[in-house]
Design a binder for this molecule. Structure first.
Ligand SMILES: [Fe+2]
Length: 448
């Protein structure tokens, strides 16, 4: 019997030959390195070696860690080469040293870290030139190159978080997203109940936790058409949301009391208006923009105050991928095409979310907008394996994080590159996290 999940999955890249795969690997690796170079050259060396927050590594650690992971996977695992500098492996092992301890390690200095990462990349270009994209699971369809490009882009997002935590003058600039008229479409979209295909078995560069594709039953629900905006979130604050225990889980209430949390991270009050600090600039909080830098507890409390709840992960993915017309799941809300600028706010093109209602060309078949890009969206769900999950290529990518400690975020933010963002892509974090580019939308169950 064939698996019904597989019939309703997009067929991806079947036609890609070795040259096309080589091009794709080259383009994504180069895009990632351009971003890394920008993020590590827009400040002086002392800002690269300083620890701007105990939550984050010094930027220079990220830079050499990117090179070290690339060396381990593409030069050693794929090409069978000897280690270039075996003595530094343990310095850049994320599991050996928590972020708070990394500044005290004998890290490579900025110039050394740059030349090490460039040396690795030069050798990788030679490997890529000769690579056959089959033979092992690691090389099939260029998976290892895709994994390494995604890893670098994920650190580029992490480094952008560090830039936001850094105090001092502005170092990064980008144009604002295009203004759009105030969104006046329906506030929510009904997603009819029934099964849909969740996860993927065909996306070549999907990571282990997105696999395999499987059918999932989801009851009827309605979901916000756009992420919750700053303006809506301000109404929660003005209504005393942070002072009313009714809206909070016990753990959430204890957390905000203990840490005196009264507004999203980086917000401050100036008389009657709210200001925020964003990459070194203080500005009035724009009411139309999706709210950013809230933790899971805040998202959950807002939803309860609004008489709603956070969507489950399966609900989010069904809203994002399910095309009722053909009972199939697409790669993205807009279909199977790779993300383009008209679809979503990705890739640090803008250093902020776009106003709610932007990107009509990126909406899902049912009319849900901005599911991809802008802000990571907290879901109600714990990070758990899908039925049939297999750790690949190493347990530390996902498996060690499964369990009730982490909540799933979906959709990617403005800081995520397209290579590390899909309708199936899963992110996870602790419910207290708010330095990440996190927002949310709400949902409610529909009577059957
Ligand atoms: Fe890493």
């Amino acid at each position: 019997m064939t698996d019904p999940a597989l019939d309703t999955e997009p067929v991806v890249d079947e036609a890609l030959d070795a040259e096309a795969l080589r091009d794709r690997a080259l383009t994504t690796l180069t895009t990632a390195r351009d971003r890394t170079t920008l993020l590590t050259s827009c400040v002086e060396d002392p800002d690269l070696t300083a620890q701007h927050s105990p939550l984050m590594s010094p930027l220079v650690w990220d830079l050499a860690h990117i090179g070290n992971q690339e060396e381990q996977w593409l030069l050693r695992a794929v090409a069978g080469q000897e280690a270039i500098r075996p003595e530094i492996d343990s310095l850049y092992d994320a599991f050996e040293h928590p972020r708070s301890q990394r500044p005290s390690l004998p890290l490579l200095a900025p110039a050394e870290a740059r030349s090490y990462a460039a040396d690795v990349r030069g050798r990788v270009m030679d490997v890529l030139e000769r690579a056959a994209f089959h033979g092992t699971r690691l090389t099939e369809a260029g998976f290892a190159f895709g994994m390494v490009a995604q890893h670098e882009q994920q650190h580029d997002e992490t480094m952008l978080i560090t830039h936001q935590l850094r105090t001092g003058p502005q170092a990064l600039t980008a144009p604002a997203p295009d203004p759009v008229p105030l969104f006046t479409g329906p506030a929510e979209v009904l997603v009819p109940g029934g099964p849909f295909t969740m996860g993927t078995s065909t996306e070549p560069w999907a990571l282990d936790n997105e696999r395999p594709a499987h059918r999932r039953e989801v009851a009827s629900f309605s979901i916000d058409t756009t992420p919750v905006t700053n303006g809506a979130y301000q109404a929660f604050i003005e209504d005393g949301g942070y002072d009313d225990e009714r809206w909070w889980t016990a753990a959430g209430w204890a957390h905000i009391r203990r840490n005196s949390i009264h507004a999203p991270l980086y917000w401050s009050r100036d008389g009657r208006q709210w200001l925020r600090r964003r990459f070194g600039v203080t500005e009035v909080v724009p009411p139309q923009e999706p709210v950013l830098h809230v933790c899971w507890y805040e998202a959950d409390a807002y939803a309860r105050w609004a008489g709603r709840r956070l969507p489950t992960e399966a609900e989010w993915e069904k809203a994002a991928r399910h095309d009722p017309a053909g009972d199939r799941s697409t790669r993205y809300p807009w279909g199977d095409a790779d993300p383009a600028p008209e679809h979503a706010n990705l890739g640090q093109r803008h250093l902020r979310p776009a106003p709610a209602g932007s990107y009509p060309q990126g909406e899902s078949p049912l009319g849900v907008r901005q599911l991809i890009g802008d802000v990571w969206e907290w879901t109600a769900s714990d990070f758990l394996p899908y039925p049939g999950f297999e750790a690949f290529p190493y347990k530390e990518y996902s498996e060690v994080f499964f369990g009730p400690d982490h909540k799933v975020l979906r959709g990617g933010s403005f800081a995520v590159d397209a290579v590390a963002c899909r309708g199936t892509f899963r992110n996870w974090d602790y419910p207290i996290r708010r330095q990440i580019f996190s927002g949310f939308r709400t949902a409610r169950s529909e009577a059957v």
